[in-house]
Design a protein around this ligand. Structure first.
Ligand SMILES: [Zn+2]
Ligand SMILES: [Zn+2]
Ligand SMILES: [Zn+2]
Length: 355
């Protein structure tokens, strides 16, 4: 994620901020500028953004910002609809009108906006189902009830998230039970988006054979594969071939886990580079990192992305250990796992460049 500043006073602000702590201006993320903006009230409910060159643009606050306080994005005045680019992807469900789910909804939307930010940065297709019923993307947040079990998952562009995952205690309990290194809301969003983009970018593309060569044949029985995974666990040697234990359950899950991992890499590296993080160790051979903005734009070499990633995770883990914490990044990437990350990288780059 980029670093953002209040365009009124220059104060550093966060992606989630709603007010500048220095000048008090209302803040919103402006998806058309891919930037945070300080807004001033205009006429008729409009909010005005003044650029550094003095030009003025008009926005509305997303309905989930002004009415429900679960969003901090704005909608450019020229766009239709009450909801922002991120919120229009969420389908209304009865649960979201219940006050008891308000905090869960807030957490879910907060994580989802980070996903949408990265998808937008990578120029991936982001049409909602309202715009493209067949090929569009949608999210729904559902709560379990005696008559309704809810599985987090993806089907035909609809990503369902069990609202209970927004409860830290429940999610941590499941993470420990399933022996997962990570289980976060953002991780769920990234993983499930991988299934959607597999359908869109791989399933009907010329890359399908290359996918099968690397990840395996996805036509093998999916429900049976998952059942086997949950009953018997991952193969003892999964670390030599897969990015996570769950990735070994089926080629689709391997892809989704790898995709999620790639989005982690892109976002964390962007944050490090945007903060100006530099590593110039005294000892030759130690990880080096030069903040190269080119790493984040245009056609990027995979080797540059992964080298920067290793340097960032090296410092991340060492800092965590100094705080007495577990490694922030408890993964060792095998050569086949790195090849799969390269494949995801190429799929995204090819899409972006129209190849
Ligand atoms: Zn400010
Ligand atoms: Zn919104
Ligand atoms: Zn999955």
């Amino acid at each position: 994620m980029k670093t953002f500043h209040c365009n009124h006073c220059g104060q550093v602000v966060f992606f989630e901020s709603v007010n500048c702590v220095n000048c008090g201006r209302l803040l919103a993320y402006l998806p058309d500028r891919q930037s945070m903006g300080a807004l001033e009230p205009g006429d008729g409910g409009a909010w005005l953004y003044r650029s550094e060159h003095g030009s003025q643009s008009s926005y509305r606050l997303c309905v989930n910002y002004s009415r429900h306080n679960v969003c901090n994005w704005a909608v450019p005045a020229g766009e239709n609809g009450e909801a922002c680019l991120s919120c229009r992807l969420t389908q209304p469900t009865p649960e979201l009108s219940e006050e008891t789910h308000r905090q869960a909804w807030f957490r879910l939307e907060t994580a989802k906006r980070r996903l949408v930010y990265t998808l937008q940065q990578l120029s991936l297709p982001l049409q909602s189902k309202a715009e493209q019923a067949e090929r569009g993307l949608a999210f729904e947040f559902r709560a379990e009830a005696p008559s309704q079990s809810v599985l987090t998952g993806h089907a035909h562009g609809l990503i369902t998230i069990n609202i209970a995952e927004a409860d830290d205690a429940i999610r941590e309990h499941r993470r420990a039970n399933l022996h997962e290194a990570y289980r976060t809301l953002l991780g769920h969003f990234r993983h499930e988006s991988g299934h959607y983009y597999w359908d869109r970018l791989v399933s009907t593309s010329a890359r399908l054979d290359a996918f099968r060569a690397s990840f395996g044949d996805e036509r093998q029985d999916y429900p049976a594969s998952l059942q086997r995974h949950y009953e018997q666990g991952a193969a003892a040697d999964w670390q030599a071939r897969f990015i996570s234990a769950y990735a070994s359950s089926h080629p689709w899950e391997d892809w989704a886990e790898t995709w999620a991992h790639y989005l982690h890499m892109v976002d964390v590296t962007e944050t490090a580079v945007s903060c100006g993080l530099t590593l110039r160790p005294d000892h030759p051979g130690d990880p080096l990192l030069e903040p190269d903005p080119k790493l984040l734009r245009g056609r990027r070499r995979f080797e540059a992305v992964i080298d920067a990633w290793f340097a960032v995770t090296y410092v991340l883990n060492n800092l965590n250990r100094s705080l007495g914490q577990q490694d922030a990044y408890p993964f060792v990437l095998s050569a086949p796992a790195i090849d799969k990350l390269r494949f995801v990288h190429q799929v995204i780059q090819d899409h972006t460049s129209g190849a």
